[in-house]
Ligand binder design. Structure first.
Ligand code: RIB
Length: 297
């Protein structure tokens, strides 16, 4: 099962706080931690830890952090032959509240230096994958180039539309599975996403645009999904939440692997929820996923 992830890498500068700081407030942080992060890297590391062969295409900075970020990917079993060192390593400044909720400021650095040429140069890696996993922390032309290569070669595309931004209809048409959270779904569709009925209409709107399936991550409420055959809620099991940073990434990495192994969409969502449910009980966006979660079918 070969997965290619095209995306971002970051160093996460995490500050533990009693609550997310409000406008005009000055707040003491009780603890500071450095973790490896970046939506692309987080998804790649999860996919690798649950049993896939993963290639990562993206950038790290030409600095000490960049070296550490690349080494970490290798240590987690991710192939980094297509990782370039350029600019400054991306940073995420994260407030992590006692509730497990967070707020994030992104400094993109090297991530915004991913080019379409770089993606084209790694065409064969994408073309020979079972699935391509994309997010939106690198420039949109690079995302679109990767999607074009995947489509031309019959590779299924999972797009996690985060951070939220407008997506062209031509890209949406190429997406096999779109995985927004409620906020991203609202921004993408311009529709309400509060009730199950809202979710039905918003997902249906995206299916009419040509998206293969939509899986909306709803945090502790679970997920809502829709494809051309079925739709519905999949509840998440209650867990002891420590840190929700990267929960969506763990979900996406695991979802891609479960689907690649031939599981149905609903079965894959159930599995991805379990992996994400474990991830939020640990600190950091790339927790070690126990080998008991591996899919070896
Ligand atoms: O999804 C969580 C990730 O978003 C963090 O690891 C941070 O780096 C930001 O990219």
């Amino acid at each position: 099962m070969n997965i290619t992830v095209v995306g971002s890498t970051n160093i996460d500068l995490v500050y533990l706080v009693p609550h997310i700081v409000t406008v005009g407030e000055t707040l003491h942080s009780t603890k500071h931690e450095l973790f490896f992060g970046g939506k692309g890297a987080n998804q790649a590391v999860t996919a690798s830890q649950v049993g896939a062969n993963v290639h990562f295409i993206g950038n790290v900075g030409a600095d000490d952090f960049g070296e550490q970020v690349k080494q970490n990917l290798q240590d987690k079993g991710v192939n980094t032959a297509a990782v370039q060192k350029v600019g400054i390593t991306g940073q995420a400044i994260i407030q992590l509240a006692d509730s497990g909720e967070n707020s994030i400021i992104l400094f993109p650095g090297a991530n915004f230096l991913v080019t379409t040429d770089q993606i084209e140069a790694n065409k064969n890696t994408i073309a020979s994958s079972d699935a391509l996993l994309l997010q939106l922390e690198i420039p949109m032309p690079a995302v679109e180039t990767a999607a074009n290569i995947a489509t031309q070669n019959g590779v299924q595309i999972i797009l996690n539309p985060a951070p939220a931004q407008p997506i062209s209809d031509s890209l949406l048409r190429k997406v096999s599975i779109l995985t927004p959270n409620e906020t991203e779904l609202a921004i993408l569709t311009g529709m309400k996403t509060e009730t199950e009925e809202d979710l039905y209409h918003a997902c249906n709107f995206l299916l009419q645009k040509g998206v293969g399936a939509v899986v909306v991550t709803l945090g502790e409420k679970g997920s809502y999904y829709m494809n051309n055959q079925e739709h519905g809620l999949v509840q998440a099991n209650p867990v002891n939440v420590k840190d929700t940073t990267g929960a969506g990434d763990a979900f996406n990495g695991a979802l891609a692997v479960a689907l690649g192994h031939g599981n149905s969409l609903r079965e894959s969502i159930l599995y991805a929820s379990k992996v994400a449910g474990y991830a939020v009980t640990q600190l950091g966006a790339q927790p070690t996923i126990p080998s008991s979660f591996q899919i070896n079918k």
